[in-house]
Design a protein around this ligand. Structure first.
Ligand SMILES: CC(=O)N[C@H]1[C@@H](OP(=O)(O)OP(=O)(O)OC[C@H]2O[C@@H](n3ccc(=O)[nH]c3=O)[C@H](O)[C@@H]2O)O[C@H](CO)[C@@H](O)[C@@H]1O
Length: 382
C-alpha cells in the first residue's frame, strides 16, 4: 500500500477521493497500491462495487450533539477500537501518505497515520470546514480547500489553492460525459422515457443518500398539478433508504400526471443525467454544486437544513451567484412554488445547453483540483 485514503459514509466524501485516486493512477501509482478506509453503509457498497481500489471497512458509530449518553459512549468506544485496528494495519502496510476527506473515519485514519509518522493531507470540499477536518487539520502536513469562502485556516493551506472554480476534485468520467443531442436521447431513452414526446428533462435527487423531503415535494407537485407538464420528463432518484416507501406513490403519480415520470433508487451514472438535464432539483452538497457548475445546468437547490456550519446554504449561494439557479429553504417550500419554479426555469429563453453556458469553466480549470492534490501526494509517496 502506498496511499491510504480516509473517505466514508456518503458519496460526498468518497467521490472526490475517487477523483484523486484516478489522478494517482494516471501518475504511476497502481489501483492496488491505493487503499480506501470506509465504513459499511449500503451506499458505500454500491459505490465500491464499481471501483478497482483496496477497501478496509471499519465499524464506527457517529456521535452528534443530540446522541444519548449511552450512544456517545458507544461512539467513542467504536472510534478507539477502530483506531487500534487501522493503526495495526498501517503499521504492517506502511503507506507513504494518508489523504483524508472528512468524517469520523478520517479522524481515525489521520490519528493512526500521524502516530506512525505518515504525512497526512486533508481535503475539505465544503464551503465550511467540517468538525472532523478541523480537528485533523492540526496534524496535517497540508490542507486543500475547495471554496475561497472556506479560507479560514492559516498556515498549512496549499498556496495554489482555489486555482479552479470550486476546487472540488471531479472524477474523470464527469469530464467525459457526452452532451450531444444523440447521446442525450439515448441516455434518457435507456432510462425508460418515450423521448420523442419530451421537450425537457428534469433530474431530481437528494444527494447520495436521497431526501424524503425532496421526494415528497416532487410527488406533491406532480399530483397537485397533473396537467401542467405534458412535455416534460421527470427522472427521480429516490435514494436507497426511501425507495420502498415512495415507489408506490411515484407509480401512482406517473399514472395520473401528463408528465413522464421515471424513478430509480440510485444511479451510478447520475453525472451523465445531470450533464444532459435541462433542470436539476437537488440538495446542495459540495460535489453536487461542483458538478452542476461544471455542466452549467440550471438548478433548484434545497439546502439540507442544519448542515454543519450551514455549509449547504453557502454551497447553494455559491452556485446561484454564478448560474441560472435558485435556492429555496426547505421550510419555504410548497408544491405551487416548486411548480412555478420548474415552469419558469425550463421555459427560460436562456435554457442552457451546457456549452453555451457563459461561465462554464474549462476542463483544465476543473481537472486541476484532483491533479493538484494527487501531485502533492505523489511527492510524499515516491
Ligand atoms: C446528508 C449529508 O451528509 N450531506 C453531505 C454529504 O452529501 P452527499 O453525500 O449527498 O454529497 P454531495 O451532494 O456532495 O455529492 C453527491 C454525489 O453523489 C453522486 N450521486 C448521487 C446520487 C446517485 O444516485 N448517484 C450518484 O452518483 C452525485 O453525482 C455526487 O457526486 O457530503 C457532502 C460533501 O461533504 C456535503 O456537502 C453534504 O452536506
Amino acid at each position: 500500500m502506498k496511499v491510504v485514503i480516509g473517505a466514508a459514509g456518503t458519496g460526498g466524501h468518497i467521490y472526490p477521493a475517487v477523483a484523486v485516486a484516478q489522478c494517482l493512477e494516471d501518475r504511476s501509482i497502481s489501483a492496488s497500491e491505493i487503499c480506501f478506509v470506509t465504513s459499511s453503509r449500503p451506499v458505500e457498497d454500491a459505490i465500491f462495487s464499481q471501483l478497482p481500489y483496496g477497501r478496509e471497512r471499519l465499524d464506527v458509530r457517529g456521535i452528534t450533539a443530540s446522541s444519548t449518553v449511552l450512544s456517545k459512549v458507544r461512539g467513542v468506544a467504536s472510534l478507539v477500537s477502530a483506531s487500534f485496528a487501522i493503526r495495526a494495519l498501517l503499521k504492517v502496510q506502511r503507506p507513504k501518505v494518508a489523504i483524508v476527506f472528512g468524517g469520523y473515519i478520517s479522524v481515525v485514519v489521520a490519528l493512526a497515520s500521524y502516530s506512525l509518522g505518515i504525512p497526512v493531507l486533508v481535503v475539505e470540499t465544503n464551503s465550511v470546514m467540517g468538525r472532523a477536518n478541523r480537528l485533523i487539520s492540526k496534524l496535517a502536513k497540508e490542507i486543500f480547500l475547495s471554496f475561497e469562502e472556506s479560507k479560514i485556516h492559516r498556515g498549512k493551506i496549499d498556496p495554489n489553492g482555489f486555482a479552479n472554480r470550486s476546487g472540488v476534485p471531479l472524477r474523470r468520467e464527469i469530464m467525459a460525459v457526452d452532451v450531444s443531442k444523440e447521446a442525450r436521447r439515448d441516455l434518457f431513452s435507456k432510462a425508460g422515457f418515450e423521448v420523442d414526446e419530451i421537450d425537457s428533462f428534469v433530474v431530481i435527487f437528494g444527494g447520495s443518500l436521497g431526501s424524503r423531503r425532496i421526494n415528497d415535494a416532487i410527488i406533491a407537485t406532480l399530483s397537485n398539478f397533473p396537467n401542467r407538464f405534458p412535455k416534460v420528463g421527470f427522472f427521480v432518484i429516490t435514494g436507497e433508504r426511501d425507495f420502498g416507501e415512495v415507489r408506490q406513490e411515484l407509480t401512482e403519480v406517473s399514472k395520473v400526471s401528463s408528465a413522464q415520470v421515471v424513478f430509480e433508487n440510485y444511479s451510478d451514472e447520475l453525472y451523465s443525467y445531470m450533464g444532459n438535464a435541462d433542470l436539476v432539483i437537488s440538495r446542495a452538497g459540495s460535489n453536487t454544486v461542483a458538478e452542476l457548475d461544471y455542466f452549467g445546468v440550471p438548478a433548484i437547490l434545497i439546502p439540507l437544513p442544519n448542515s454543519p456550519g450551514d455549509h449547504q446554504t453557502k454551497n447553494a449561494r455559491w452556485y446561484c451567484e454564478r448560474s441560472e439557479a435558485v435556492f429555496v429553504r426547505e421550510g419555504d417550500f410548497s408544491p405551487a412554488l416548486l411548480g412555478d419554479m420548474i415552469e419558469k426555469l425550463i421555459s427560460s429563453p436562456t435554457k442552457v445547453f451546457h456549452q453555451s453556458f457563459p461561465n462554464k469553466p474549462s476542463d483544465d480549470e476543473v481537472g486541476d483540483a484532483a491533479i493538484r492534490i494527487a501531485k502533492r501526494a505523489i511527492d510524499y509517496a515516491l
